[in-house]
Design a binder for this molecule. Structure first.
Ligand code: AGP
Length: 626
């Protein structure tokens, strides 16, 4: 969603701010702006739409400042118009603020400020912040700490979740940043300091960062960074080193980040296997776990069930997780839409492992659902204790702060809004968890576990072979769907979530209407949609439900639908009008491969239509508001 950047140092701030904002474009936005401080004045430039509009407005504008803040806004309060774009200023234009999140009590604050004579010019919740700061500043006139104190007093008046960066014309050597529920990190350079709501904007300048925790406020000056809590007490923070190379945020030979990330999947799976499979384990040696997850034994003690909370693609990965946990480890598992569960929680279950799955680690609904579970288990008997596990790509995220332990899915930063490599890495995390639990509970034999691990080890090479042959094949194939308006995806068992994921990928980036169904449900209603204009993609992998899916596919074909099989090249393949071939692997492992042609199909259909694949309309990479 929104993005914040800030710079203070000796270089010209404007270009650093603009290139930082470009690194945050992937998060989704609809207007942008920046403010710099120079010669005792704030200069602010804002534009509706994409960053190139802001760049155009800056042509010919003198902005020689070494201090500034910038923002990309994803509209919540007020339309995506220039007058609502950040930075927002006070009446005198001497304080400028950018904000991510929502100030929930902005109506009361605005009323109060208006009654004191403050004039508001936007529809946003953010605008109350510079006005409040300006009001507090007048109480501290002449004091050295005035700017910092005015911002500190202000954040103590705000309700909601937010991250802010503030500059003031009267304090040209300071940027103040603060965090309450929305992420912000500070990058430490040599005599220069940066801030950003997400680390991709920092990695090309520095890999040494300090991330603020909730309720912390920091002062950045050319001499250093000081962090305090909202009460004003100094906090000592240890910097951490980012393990992302700056090249991860470049497209290289690929036209879009999404295509690059699809092609990165074999290596992501390899890196997960290296990190989490215990090479010392052998099927006969039951003393050590087959995995290196290193989860605390408290997560497993008396475990009776698992409850998962997630949204979107992470919810699809969780459905595969449920299948694996139930079939490999015999643990009954429920998967909740986080946005639904938080308002209609199921009755409290005892001895339950609660898992939050979110690649960004910042999805507001998922965090709120977990926090609610934590809250309602307080003061309950020991068997209701909240035991929280997170599965995330961001080991430093809000999720990681909330839960007892995480599985870091190690996918490397994902820039495309449509999740691809983080999806396969989340599914890998569930294989490891299910294998670990299966071993702990002695549910499967050592031989069967070894067979599964062996199959997983082959996945990266199989993915590579598929990507090599299918990328251009599907690019050609996608041409015929330039005018198609509806798609149906069907699958069963462990591949039903892949049907959902294939449909979501297509919807998100090509704006083609698509639905995923369990193949056996088609005849209970959706089959009425079928005719020769609605292609049906059927995922048919040899195994328990193979014949069933083939029969369901035949029913679609009998209604004139173009039938596309995601299936091995085999004699039954002639059931299909077109085949997107998948190696004939164990059905249990097949989602790792069946998802690939569906990602490529969605990508090439969208790319043919000339759409903005990496930043589809209305979407944001991490959904930090409810
Ligand atoms: C995936 O392609 C989507 N952009 C979206 O559904 C996403 O999976 C969802 O918003 C959850 O995000 P998270 O994994 O960061 O929690």
């Amino acid at each position: 969603m929104c993005g914040i950047v800030g710079y203070i140092g000796t270089q010209s701030a404007t270009e650093i701010l603009l290139s930082g904002l470009e690194k945050l474009e992937y998060r989704g936005y609809d207007s942008a702006g920046l403010a710099t401080v120079c010669d005792g004045q704030i200069k602010s430039v804002r534009a509706k739409g994409k960053l190139h509009n802001l760049r155009e407005k800056l042509v010919g504008v003198e902005m020689p400042a070494n201090v500034g803040i910038g923002h990309t806004r994803w509209a919540t309060h007020g339309k995506p118009e220039e007058y609502n774009a950040h930075p927002h200023t006070d009446d005198t234009g001497r304080v400028a603020v950018v904000q991510n999140g929502i100030v929930e009590n902005y109506r009361e604050l605005r009323k109060e400020l208006e009654s004191q004579g403050h004039k508001f010019v936007s529809d946003t919740d953010t605008e109350v912040i510079p006005h409040l700061i300006a009001a507090f500043l007048s109480n501290f006139t002449g004091q050295r700490e005035a700017f910092f104190e005015a911002v500190r007093q202000t954040v103590n008046k705000l309700d909601g979740g937010f991250a802010i960066a503030v500059v003031c014309a009267d304090y040209p050597n300071e940027i103040i940043v603060a965090r309450q529920q929305a992420p912000i990190s500070i990058g430490l350079g040599q005599g220069e300091f940066f801030c950003a709501s997400d680390t991709p904007a920092l990695v090309s300048h520095t890999q040494v960062v300090v991330s603020l925790d909730n309720g912390e406020i920091a002062r950045l000056t050319p001499l250093g960074v000081e962090v305090y809590n909202f009460d004003g007490d100094r906090v000592n923070k240890l910097p951490r080193i980012l393990n992302w190379s700056p090249t991860l945020v470049e497209k290289h030979i690929f036209k879009h980040f999404m295509l690059k990330e699809i092609h990165e999947q074999p290596n992501v799976v390899r890196s997960c296997l290296e990190a989490y499979i215990n090479s010392d384990w052998d099927a006969m040696n039951s003393l050590v776990s087959p995995t290196n997850l290193k989860l605390s034994s408290s997560l497993y003690e008396n475990l009776e069930q698992v409850e998962i909370f997630a949204c979107g693609t992470s919810w699809h990965a969780s459905l595969i997780g449920k299948y694996l946990l139930e079939q490999l480890a015999g643990i009954s598992t429920t998967v909740n839409y986080a946005s639904e569960a938080r308002y209609a929680p199921s009755p409290l279950r005892k001895n339950t492992l609660l898992i939050g799955v979110t690649q960004s680690g910042e999805t507001a609904d998922t965090l709120a659902a977990l926090a609610m579970e934590q809250q309602r288990r307080l003061d309950k008997p020991a068997e209701f204790e909240s035991i929280l596990l997170g599965i995330t790509n961001r080991a430093e995220s809000s999720l990681a702060n909330l839960v007892n332990q995480i599985i870091d899915i190690r996918a490397g930063i994902e820039i495309g809004v449509a999740a691809t490599k983080t999806f396969v890495a989340q599914v890998m995390a569930f294989y490891f968890l299910a294998i670990d639990l299966s071993w702990q509970r002695k549910y499967l034999s050592g031989e069967r576990i070894a067979e599964i691990i062996n199959g997983l080890q082959k996945i990266p090479a199989q993915m590579e072979q598929m990507l090599e042959t299918q990328d251009s094949q599907i690019e050609d194939f996608a041409h015929q769907f330039n005018d198609t308006q509806d798609f149906i995806f069907v699958g069963r068992g462990i591949n039903y979530p892949i049907a959902l994921e294939g449909a979501l990928k297509l919807k998100e980036i090509s704006y083609v209407h698509a639905e995923g169904y369990p193949a056996g449900e088609m005849k209970h209603g959706p089959i009425a949609l079928l005719d020769d204009k609605v292609p049906v993609v059927a995922i048919a992998m040899p195994g328990l439900v193979y014949e069933k899916v083939l029969s369901n596919a035949q029913e679609a074909k009998a209604r004139d639908a173009q039938l596309i099989g995601v299936t091995p090249e085999s004699t039954e393949a002639d059931v299909f009008d077109n085949v997107l071939a998948v190696p004939a692997v164990d059905e249990l492992l097949s989602p790792m491969l069946t998802v690939i042609p569906l990602q490529l199909l969605a990508y090439h259909i969208a790319a043919h239509r000339g759409l903005d694949v990496d930043q589809p309309r209305n979407l944001a990479k991490s959904v930090t508001v409810e």
